[in-house]
Ligand binder design. Structure first.
Ligand code: ATP
Ligand code: MG
Length: 424
């Protein structure tokens, strides 16, 4: 026998016993985003590598060591998308969607990063993200936060908190950068290799380091908040004021910096303590400079991305969603019915009941074994096609949830009406 070929490390299957959670989550998120007036965009999984170098920044984990990069037959460099924002910016520029227009967009799908696989950290993972272009005020940032908060409520996720910070304008960042380099310079000998390398290229990223040895140095570092311009302070204060007014609680975390280079002004993370070390379920912020960095006209933008895999783990752990029934109606058939006759009748039922799931027993079997399968399917009703029914041109119907209820013999039309009345 030949050897079984397994899936790639860090990339996982989703089997039917779990896929319904993904589907339900995606539907809730889609409906909510639509309700807030966001429109979906879809873009390729493969992009030119240069896109991510330009958008995400050279001195970042993602670009330095996490990208799946390969050459095509012509020697051009392509990468599997590690995130969505760079592609959405490319998409709006390439399709001229932000020429004097506001856009509220969202996307979902798999992202790829070559990371150390562990709980909550995969090499292929799913993100759902939203991006807004053309609006610079904090009202949009507030809307994104209220929208995500509504989602947690709809998903039944409670143990999650919102952390906020402001990174100011790019001018504030420049000023803060020099203060930070000066501070970190005094700890030169204690920095790890990565931090040393980033000291001058991207010192803010050092604050996002996961190395526990740097924890204290990072904790005592000067904070961005003390170096914000009056304009940046106002922007942040207004966001906080809207959230206060809407009753959305948050914590200001002056040490919150995002791993990616393009953020300005408000940044945020939704964090849970229930997932261990990988506790950020949604992260985002304003990125007013990115469109320009990617070759477009200066356009304010803001957005977020949530980690769907982590949300699914939370829902699974909480175990508060009921497994959906596979069918509504299960059709049990006696061998006196030819398969062709039974199939034709079930197709008629499906025509008449387009909103119901009508399962036809496949593969034969005794009535007893067919009813067992009917119960397992979770269907509420069985339609029985027996000898009597065949002779009289009728069908029988029986409740599968109420054992006391009598079995009824009906015409197909009456059965359809009854099922419609039951509104299952
Ligand atoms: P981290 O600091 O945990 O590496 P990040 O800053 O790289 O996160 P983002 O690029 O902001 O993450 O991605 C947004 C969200 O996508 C994260 O908050 C997380 O929920 C999810 N995510 C990111 N990387 C992974 C991964 N490798 N596996 C599963 N989910 C992920
Ligand atoms: Mg990461």
């Amino acid at each position: 026998m030949s050897k079984l070929i397994k899936s790639v490390r860090g990339m996982y299957d989703i089997t039917p016993d779990e896929v319904w959670i993904w589907q339900r989550l995606e539907k809730l998120v889609t409906d909510t985003l639509n309700a807030y007036g966001y429109q979906q965009v879809r873009f390729p999984i493969v992009e030119q590598t240069a896109l991510f170098h330009a958008a995400i920044g050279e001195a970042t984990d993602v670009v330095e060591k996490e990208m799946y990069t390969f050459e095509n037959r012509k020697g051009e460099s392509f990468s599997l998308r590690p995130e969505g924002t760079a592609s959405v910016v490319r998409l709006v520029l390439e399709n001229a969607l932000i020429r004097n227009q506001i856009q509220k967009l969202w996307y979902n799908g798999p992202m790829f990063r070559y990371e150390k696989p562990q709980q909550g950290r995969k090499r292929q993972f799913d993100q759902i993200g939203a991006e807004v272009f053309g609006l610079s005020g904090p009202d949009v940032d507030a809307e994104l936060l209220l929208l995500t908060h509504r989602l947690w409520q709809l998903l039944g996720i409670e143990d999650v908190r919102l952390e906020l910070n402001s990174l100011g304008t790019s001018e504030c960042r420049q000023r803060y950068r020099s203060v930070l380099i000066e501070y970190l310079n005094t700890y030169q000998d204690q920095l790890d290799d990565e931090a040393k390398k980033r000291l001058h290229s991207n010192p803010l990223r050092i604050l996002d380091s996961k190395n526990p040895d740097l924890k204290e140095i990072i904790a005592n570092a000067p904070v961005m908040t003390d170096h914000l311009s009056a304009e940046a302070q106002d922007h942040f204060a207004e966001l906080c004021q809207i959230l206060d007014h809407c009753g959305l609680p948050y914590q200001i975390n002056r040490r919150l910096v995002r791993g990616l280079d393009y953020y300005t002004h408000n940044v945020f993370e939704w964090i849970t303590d229930s997932l261990g070390a990988q506790g950020t379920i949604c992260a985002g912020g304003r990125y007013d400079k990115l469109v320009e960095m990617q070759g477009g006209k200066s356009t304010p933008a803001t957005g977020f991305a949530m980690g769907v895999d982590r949300l699914v783990v939370m829902i699974k752990n909480k175990n508060h969603w009921q497994v959906p029934a596979r069918g509504d109606v299960y059709v049990v058939i006696d061998p006196c019915w030819s398969v062709a006759e039974a199939t034709a009748l079930v197709e008629k039922l499906r025509d008449a009941l387009p909103n119901l799931s009508v399962l036809l027993n496949l593969g034969g079997g005794s009535f007893k074994s067919q009813f067992k399968k009917a119960d397992k399917s979770g269907a509420k009703f069985a339609i029985i096609l027996g000898q009597d029914e065949k002779d009289q041109g009728l069908v029988s119907m029986r409740s599968l949830t109420d054992r006391e209820a009598a079995q009824q013999q009906l015409t197909v039309a009456d059965a359809v009406e009854l099922l419609q009345q039951h509104n299952i």
